[in-house]
Design a protein. Structure first.
Length: 466
């Protein structure tokens, strides 16, 4: 049974409803008129907000959490088949569907757009939402107006979806316009090689209709796949065939030059060359959707980022604390580059490796990326959905970080925070990096530093020995 968005009986139960992707879908489903219930392993502010919108929430996973009138059980890839709610659905003959199928159902009746690529999808999706105006969207990070989720339900015709290649679920989408930001080998348990990644993106681009459009970000593989797709293409980056490129950039924004000779200054509140490229891609697709580039640029000027993407968490005694989702070498490198552009002082990076498979495959590259910090503190691996692997450790990354970066290994987040607080001095920036629970450490660092610098005004303090 497919989820039908126009059925008079639309009762869905979402397992893991508090997750980044699922919570946004739940919010959209409630706004679209679904009866929504859901469960998650622990209470959270997101669950409270969904309950306030009308969702029936259960904390903990039990068979009893599935309401009697449930028509469809919705799960993400992270939910194991042995989950008691999945087992209850099977016992009662309730169809189990992947969350991407709910996304497809919610997009019906709107004109679909998708943002794909290995890095930058959430930020670019949110930029595109801002550029379009009153659009709907589902993004994998918290966005303005999303009530603590990545979802907004607008009145306009467009629906922006972040296209997830990690489990190939992007192949269920049927967008009119696509941004392919970049192509990289990530998700090593899903893809054995970069060629497999390219093949999935090629299949995805083939789903764009003949009168649609593909925007390709400034990355060689993205350009190659876009050109080969046989669809109208707008290339972003340097090259004779580029539709637009970033001609200049400073801390206030960028200047775009278009193939037709136009130039445009775009104010940007988010740092880094990667965000300039993200914005250029969003403007290229918004223009195709009928929004003049100067109008779209003015809307993007107020964009300050999405959750966990260079997110300011606090400043204590002149020490700035920033949290970022970066967990792949390319993302870490880009984030540190952006930090250098905005911050003149030392940068202390605390990195939590995410997944044994990624750490095993990219350990040397992770160490190389972290060498762009002045101090790099590496914790033990966040296993997430993977089984413990004693042969893989964050220590190997710390040991491989080259001087002059000062590298340290701290098995736990608590130890990492203590080391960072001891080393930090006024004028430093502390960056917490990773896709796991390291985000909690950022706020704990604020409290730890406040305690340590108690009695000192922000910008002052005793300082610490290096």
């Amino acid at each position: 049974m497919m989820i039908d968005p126009v059925s008079p009986r639309r009762s869905i139960h979402m397992v893991g409803i508090g997750g980044a992707g699922m919570s946004g879908l739940a919010r959209l489903a409630l706004q679209a008129g679904y009866r929504v219930s859901g469960s998650d392993r622990s209470a959270s502010a997101v669950l409270d907000q969904l309950a306030a919108l009308g969702a029936h929430i259960t904390v903990g996973h039990t068979a009893a959490a599935v309401p009697a009138d449930t028509e469809v059980l919705v799960v993400s890839t992270a939910i194991a088949p042995g989950n008691p709610e999945c087992q209850e659905a099977e016992r009662r003959g309730i169809p189990i569907q992947h969350r991407s199928e709910l996304l497809v159902a919610l997009m019906r009746g709107r004109r679909g757009l998708a943002v794909a690529g290995a890095h930058g999808k959430s930020t670019t999706s949110a930029m595109l939402l801002a550029a379009l105006g009153d659009a709907s969207g589902c993004v994998g990070a918290t966005v303005a107006g999303g009530g603590g989720t990545g979802a907004v339900w607008g009145r306009g015709p467009w629906f922006v979806a972040e296209a997830d290649e990690s489990d190939r679920s992007l192949l269920r989408l049927e967008p009119e316009g696509v941004i392919l930001l970049n192509v990289d080998h990530d998700h090593h348990t899903t893809y054995a090689s970069i060629e497999e990644v390219e093949a999935v993106f090629a299949t995805f681009l083939a789903r764009v209709p003949a009168d649609g459009v593909i925007i390709a970000g400034p990355e060689p593989r993205a350009w190659k796949l876009a050109r080969a797709a046989g669809r109208p293409v707008r290339l972003v980056g340097d090259g004779p065939d580029a539709w637009v490129h970033v001609a200049a950039r400073d801390q206030h924004g960028m200047r775009l030059e278009f193939a037709d000779g136009r130039t445009l200054h775009v104010p940007l509140a988010v740092p880094g060359a990667h965000n300039a490229a993200n914005a250029a891609c969003a403007l290229a697709l918004a223009d195709w959707c009928g929004v003049p580039t100067d109008v779209a640029a003015a809307r993007i000027a107020g964009f300050t980022g999405v959750g966990r993407r260079f997110e300011f968490r606090g400043e204590v005694a002149g020490i700035v604390i920033i949290d970022d989702y970066a967990h792949h070498p390319a993302e870490i490198r880009a984030t540190l580059q952006g930090a250098r552009e905005r911050h003149p002082g030392r940068i202390i990076a605390i990195f939590q490796p995410h997944l044994y498979s990624r750490t095993r495959a990219l350990g040397a590259e992770l160490a190389d990326a972290l060498a762009n910090a002045d101090v790099a503190i590496v914790t033990e691996v966040y296993a997430a959905r993977e089984e413990y692997d004693p042969a893989v450790s964050g220590r190997s990354i710390a040991d491989a970080i080259a001087p002059p970066t000062r590298a340290k290994f701290a098995p736990t987040l608590e130890q990492a925070g203590q080391i960072a607080a001891r080393l930090a001095r006024p004028g430093d920036m502390i960056l917490t990096l990773g896709a796991g629970d390291i985000t909690d450490l950022a706020q704990e660092l604020v409290q730890l530093l406040e305690s340590e610098y108690s009695g000192h005004a922000a910008g002052g303090g005793a300082g610490h020995a290096d």
